[in-house]
Ligand binder design. Structure first.
Ligand code: CP3
Length: 341
């Protein structure tokens, strides 16, 4: 059965669209009171991620409530380290925390290469969500990019500088490559599983791309992203490397359909660097959504004009913030959906 709305898939593949499609990073959770209601019934964030019925419910909420042009499966990038042997906890108001971290060669040897079966709860959530969506809009699957996952596995939590993880790259380059390869192999298994379960499109999140130098990013990050892009041939894939200004040209050479831009990246300059055969995704500053409705409308239209009518998927330059108002978020989405060039 065809999709009722497949704008995002067509935009990703570079086919003609009647209007620009829009979805929002972190649209599931964060701003919706309806999410909080489901969340409060559960023991915590992890239980929600691991219970397919509830993960499905909060994945579909933004499609019903915000009317976005795609759903993204409710999960987290940290399920991969856990499936490889490093369990995480999500500590209220603080964020992720790992009891065990990677410090030496033995730690890396002990890690398993994750398979899709190890993450059966995500596969089940995808299958249920596909049924629930009933082809209204496509479903996006995702994973963390290897460098960002590596950073959490070494640090054991978030960090301002990720200096422990960077120290590992400088002092243990061979071990770093071993670990990055294991993460990459696990991620490919995981993403292929998501495709088999029904994901229509994929996104890689490299949230901590910005802490590396261009040389390190090319050697320790881009190389593994390229392996993933080369192995995903079934569905469109987007690479979002936050703050990775310095490798936009190289990103243009990846075997992916779209590149996510954050709000600090100039749209015209990015298009010139990346070239014309990629769809660009982004890139409104999420803080614009604190402004009044008229400002949101006018700034959003300016953004659309800068990207132009084709090869653009509208989004924010990073995820929604938890204290944004739902009506302001809706205003952003509606402005995009009502706009015609
Ligand atoms: O986009 C979506 O709506 C789908 C769900 C999704 C979540 N996390 C749910 C979540 C996605 C795509 C992610 C990706 C993710 N997770 C990233 C990459 C994107 C980015 O923001 O850069 C990263 C770095 C993580 C790791 C992570 N998960 C952190 C640092 C935190 C705590 C702080 C925070 O951002 O809220 C999480 C928790 C998390 N993941 C929540 C949600 C809805 C909040 C948990 C809650 O209290 O309900």
């Amino acid at each position: 059965m065809p999709f009722k709305n497949d704008l995002i898939l067509r935009a990703a593949r570079g086919e003609q669209v009647e209007r620009t499609p829009v979805w929002l990073m972190r649209q599931a959770g964060r701003v919706l009171p309806e999410y909080r209601a489901v969340r409060s019934k559960m023991g915590g964030f992890k239980e929600l991620v691991e219970t397919p019925e509830f993960a499905c419910e909060v994945t579909i909420q933004p499609v019903d409530i915000l009317n976005v042009d795609a759903a993204i499966i409710f999960s987290d990038i940290l399920v991969i380290p856990e499936a490889m042997g490093l369990p995480y906890q999500m500590i209220e108001t603080k964020g992720p925390w790992f009891e065990k971290t990677i410090t030496n060669s033995d730690d890396i040897k002990q890690l398993k290469i994750a398979t899709a079966d190890d993450l059966h709860y995500v596969m089940d959530a995808i299958k249920l969500t596909k049924k629930g969506l009933n082809n209204r809009v496509p479903l996006i699957g995702f994973a963390g990019a290897p460098w960002t996952i590596f950073a959490y596995m070494i640090e054991g939590s978030g960090s301002k500088t990720f200096s422990k993880a960077k120290k590992f790259l400088y002092t243990q380059p061979l071990l770093s490559h071993q670990l990055l390869q294991k993460i990459t192999d696990s991620t490919i298994n995981y993403l292929k599983g998501q495709i088999r379960a029904g994901a229509d499109m994929l996104q890689l999140f490299d949230s901590w791309a910005g802490v590396l130098s261009p040389k390190q990013y090319t050697e320790f990050a881009l190389k593994y992203i390229a392996q993933i892009c080369d192995s995903i041939t079934e569905v469109p894939i987007t690479v979002f490397a936050k703050d990775a200004h310095y490798v936009r040209k190289e990103m243009g050479a990846l075997n992916c359909n779209s590149i996510g831009l954050d709000w600090t990246m100039d749209i015209k300059e990015s298009r010139e660097l990346i070239g014309n055969n990629k769809t660009l995704q982004g890139n409104m500053d999420p803080c614009l959504l604190y402004a009044d409705f008229n400002t949101i409308r006018s700034e959003t239209k300016k953004m659309l004009l800068q990207f132009g009518p084709q090869r653009h998927i509208a989004n924010l330059g990073h995820g929604l913030y938890p204290d944004l108002e739902k009506d302001k978020v809706k205003c952003f989405v509606e402005t995009i959906q009502e706009f015609r060039f």
